[in-house]
Ligand binder design. Structure first.
Ligand SMILES: Cc1ncc(COP(=O)(O)O)c(C=O)c1O
Length: 353
């Protein structure tokens, strides 16, 4: 942080190309030659005037992560993790995944000339299996959930010596994800919105943004104010919402997890306490939405603002609607919906619409 304070000031970023590597000094790679990039980050922060009118709201913002390479924000984390792995001389990486992280690892490893092992549930979106396969990854289809995939990935890693890039079990994916926090602040003129609604699975995004806010305050770029950090989960898999409501700092694993929003079908999160701390310290909250509400929100986002969002991303709008109805969010609360991915990867989900 001291080096970053000396070497960069926020105005310097504006002179660099858009994308997450414009924050190079704040990322874990030492030598720029090791950066493995497909052009991730620098995603649009869209004002949503038609949604605002429909919801009688002062300000709704959409951060559209669907325009990333690989179609989701997972690209940021994998760009950082694969770059740092390259720098450390690692060549064989493994990941258990709900789908998008595995596809992203496969493509970033291909870009770096590295070997990727991807453990993915059998009912993950077809697009995720295809992107892993087409990139030449060792794709293992698992009859079970991401937690089962995690067990198999760890076993294989021990057997043949793979480096495990599971969510928050290595320190670098979160560094990539934190750049969303930097971008939001930069795009708003070095301030933050009043609330951020985040579709939470393993929680790298929320933990990453929370870290970015802390870093920016230490650098003197923003003040101590924080957005309310709002956790949205699916009714069929809501371990963090249950823990939030029970006042617990750790979440019990969710039994029988099921939702069309496969990226947030995560029965237990290793960083549960960090996610819950961020929501509590920011006076945020946690809530569930149903699959039907997610589908309706997918259509609403596309019809009103032209954003074809992934079901996880649409869950943020479904959550926003409920928080307005309950009065938790006021019409004037400037709220950012963190739209984590593109609906184009979810043909199975949208086909019945
Ligand atoms: C599109 C999408 N949104 C949200 C998530 C949840 O992300 P996190 O693990 O950071 O909570 C995922 C994870 O797979 C995802 O693919």
């Amino acid at each position: 942080m001291d080096a970053a304070r000396r070497e960069v000031d926020p105005a310097a970023f504006a002179r660099r190309p858009r994308g997450m590597w414009r924050y190079f000094e704040l990322l874990p790679v030492r030598d720029e030659a090791n950066v493995v990039t497909l052009g991730e980050g620098g995603t649009p922060l869209l004002r949503a005037p038609r949604l605002e009118r429909a919801h009688d709201a002062r300000a709704i913002l959409i951060k559209d992560e669907g325009v990333n390479p690989t179609g989701t924000f997972k690209a940021r984390g994998m760009s950082a993790a694969v770059s740092r792995a390259k720098e450390l001389g690692l060549t064989r990486l493994t990941v258990p995944t709900a789908g998008n992280a595995g596809g992203a690892l496969a493509l970033y490893c291909a870009r770096a000339g590295m070997e990727a092992h991807v453990f993915m549930p059998a009912d993950a979106p077809e697009a995720n299996k295809m992107e892993a396969a087409i990139a030449g990854a060792n794709l293992v289809i698992v009859n079970g959930l991401i937690s089962d995939a995690g067990r198999l990935s760890r076993e294989r890693a021990a057997e043949i010596g793979l480096f495990d890039v599971s969510t928050l079990r290595e320190p670098y994916r979160v560094e990539g994800k934190k750049t969303m926090g930097y971008e939001i602040a930069e795009d708003l003129g070095w301030r933050l919105p009043e609330a951020i609604v985040y579709p939470t699975g393993g929680g790298t995004g929320i933990v990453g943004m929370w870290k970015a806010f802390d870093e920016m305050e230490r650098l003197g770029w923003i003040g101590p104010e924080r957005p309310m950090m709002i956790i949205v989960q699916a009714e069929g898999c809501a371990p963090l919402v249950r823990a939030f409501e029970n006042g617990a700092r750790h979440a019990e694993p969710w039994e029988g997890a099921s939702t069309i929003a496969s990226g947030i079908r995560v029965p237990s999160a290793v960083a549960d306490y960090l996610i819950l701390d961020a929501a509590r310290e920011s006076n945020g909250t946690a809530l569930t939405v149903t699959d039907a509400e997610i589908l309706a929100a997918m259509r609403e986002l596309a019809e009103t603002e032209g954003v074809w969002a992934a079901p996880e991303a649409a869950a943020t709008l479904a959550g926003y609607r409920k928080l307005r109805a309950s009065g938790f969010l006021a019409p004037e609360t400037e709220t950012l919906l963190l739209c984590t991915g593109s609906g184009q990867k979810y043909m199975e989900v949208v086909a019945p619409l």
